[in-house]
Design a binder for this molecule. Sequence first.
Ligand SMILES: Nc1nc2c(ncn2[C@@H]2O[C@H](COP(=O)(O)OP(=O)(O)OP(=O)(O)O)[C@@H](O)[C@H]2O)c(=O)[nH]1
Ligand SMILES: [Mg+2]
Length: 322
Amino acid sequence: MALFRRASPKDGGGKPGVLARLTERLANTRQALGQNLAQLLRVRRPVDAALLEEIETTLITADLGFETVSVIMDEVNRRVSRREIGDSVAVYAALRTILLDILTPCAKPWPQGAPPQVVLMVGVNGAGKTTTIGKMILYFRERGLRVLVAAGDTFRAAAIEQLTTWAERGEASVISQPRGADAAAVAHDALQAAQARSADILLIDTAGRLHTQSGLMDELGKIRRVLARLDPAAPHEVILVLDGGIGQNALAQLEHFHKAIGVTGLCVTKLDGTARGGVLFAIAKKTGLPIYFLGVGEGEEDLRPFDPEAFVDAILPAGNDA
Ligand SMILES: Nc1nc2c(ncn2[C@@H]2O[C@H](COP(=O)(O)OP(=O)(O)OP(=O)(O)O)[C@@H](O)[C@H]2O)c(=O)[nH]1
Ligand SMILES: [Mg+2]
């Protein structure tokens, strides 16, 4: 599946290019990380302890997390002592490759298997689950897939309406039951419908929940068991939707959800308007889980298949010109 294009000279005229739009959306993270590093490293100077300390502080401030930063700094130090890095400008270039290397293992194409592929979307309240599903409906439909959605958030009538509005835009059918219904029953009906209608992909919305709400966490297990009765391989994917704006807390959420339901991949939302996008490096380093999509806005075009090079280019431009 073609992931999003890198910027090319053709992007120059008229409509801003894909990379330019991503750069604009990630402006706050670019400022926190790229511009601060560029300021520090743009003027050629020798690498000394004070400079290394300033780099470390900048990385921590940009939400990369202590552990990830210490791995990065170890690598920078190694390269300095091997004389691969001679000055501040070389440090900037090295940081770009080190950061890219952290993200690259997490860039995986969307997995494909025998249809219907069942995708359970989970996360805390307001993380962006329903919006991401809405964008995914359009994304997969554009690629010729038959999409079905399940309104598994049965707590609020508004949640069902929100999902239905997105589904109408994407000409996808919604399987729902009245508010208060059993979410596992909705998931069961939806998979039966997906099988009967030869859908390619079934996206199941769920209510937001916290790990402290054990009843709600158990409900995810029930959904899983009910789905497996109809297809032992279902759900094929359990996607945790993380709000990128919460910084390091995303890691704690991930741990809780992983323990409760087993997460197979991630979508990180709301990377627009936050300076905390550096958390992506911490997520990648600590989990190694596939990151399938980034959310960089509320519109349908604001779902980006994860492209580490484009992400690094957007927040840490080549040529030290942030
Ligand atoms: N700026 C921005 N806003 C987003 C993004 N993704 C979602 N939102 C907004 O975040 C708010 C919450 O999104 P929802 O999709 O309703 O979140 P949810 O996880 O389904 O929430 P609950 O169902 O209440 O748990 C909405 O106002 C969305 O428009 C994003 O990538 N960028
Ligand atoms: Mg929702």
